[in-house]
Every structure is written in structure tokens, then in C-alpha cells.
Write a new protein. Structure first.
Length: 146
């Protein structure tokens, strides 16, 4: 994957306890980015850390470019994605909790989506209720006005 043998040094250091797992992860990422830039000649590399719903790292996506427009665009997109991740993790937690409760027979009055919507701030001019008149109940029949 790296196109070299240097990753083995990181692996050995981790095996003997010379570096922590998080340091090994950072070193692997740095090695990949360094080789993309120095060996393959890309001018910029942008890493985006992907985490699970508990906030633990799963993997990195690395974008490599040698064009200024590419680095500007990806810097903006990665910043936006990183800002949205916490809300996405929270949504996954809510959905898993709801699934767990449903499996145990606990039912909620509101869905996870409704719950999330209720936490959002009210926007100016936003309406949550609009009156609609009742319709004729089907049980009254067509002619009965009583």
C-alpha cells in the first residue's frame, strides 16, 4: 500500500510498545501523505479523518492534488464535512438507541427525526401549527347530520 518498506518500522515500534496506537496511526498517515507528495509529485495532500459514532477513528481519506483550485475546494469541503460529522454521529446514536428500545418493546411517541427537529432553534416566521377544519366522519354516513 505504501510502495516502500518504511511502514514496517512504524509497525515494529508499535509491537514493542515504543509508540502508542494513536501515534502509529499518525505516523502511517504521515508516511502515506509524504510519499504522495515526494514520490508521486503531488503538491498538496488533504487528510480527512472518518470516525465512528463513538468518535473513534476508523480511517482517513486522503485527497492529493497539484492544482491550487483543487486544494482550495477540498480544504473547504473537508472543513464542512468535519463540522457536520458530530451531528451525524449523534443521529446514529439516536437511531441505534431507538432500534434497541424497539427490540426491547419500548416504543417512543416521537421518532428520532422528530426528536432532532425539536432540538433545532425556531426560525423567525416558522410555523408549527396550522388549523384545518375537521372533515365529515365516515361513521355518520352520507345524509346523517346528527
Amino acid at each position: 500500500m505504501y510502495g516502500c518498506k518504511e511502514w514496517r518500522e512504524i509497525y515494529r515500534a508499535r509491537l514493542v510498545g515504543r509508540i502508542e496506537p494513536s501515534d502509529a496511526r499518525d505516523d502511517y498517515l504521515n508516511l502515506m501523505r509524504w510519499r504522495l507528495e515526494t514520490v508521486l509529485g503531488y503538491r498538496w495532500t488533504h487528510p480527512l479523518e472518518i470516525k465512528n459514532e463513538n468518535g473513534s477513528p476508523i480511517y482517513y481519506m486522503i485527497f492529493a492534488t497539484d492544482h491550487e483550485a483543487g486544494t482550495r475546494i477540498m480544504s473547504s469541503l473537508f472543513a464542512k464535512a468535519a463540522a457536520e460529522f458530530p451531528a451525524m454521529r449523534e443521529e446514529v446514536r439516536r437511531l441505534r438507541k431507538q432500534q434497541d428500545e424497539a427490540a426491547r418493546g419500548v416504543m417512543s411517541l416521537f421518532s428520532a427525526k422528530d426528536d432532532a427537529a425539536m432540538r433545532e432553534p425556531v426560525r423567525r416566521g416558522e410555523r408549527f401549527y396550522e388549523h384545518t377544519p375537521p372533515t365529515r366522519p365516515w361513521c355518520l354516513g352520507e345524509d346523517d347530520d346528527s
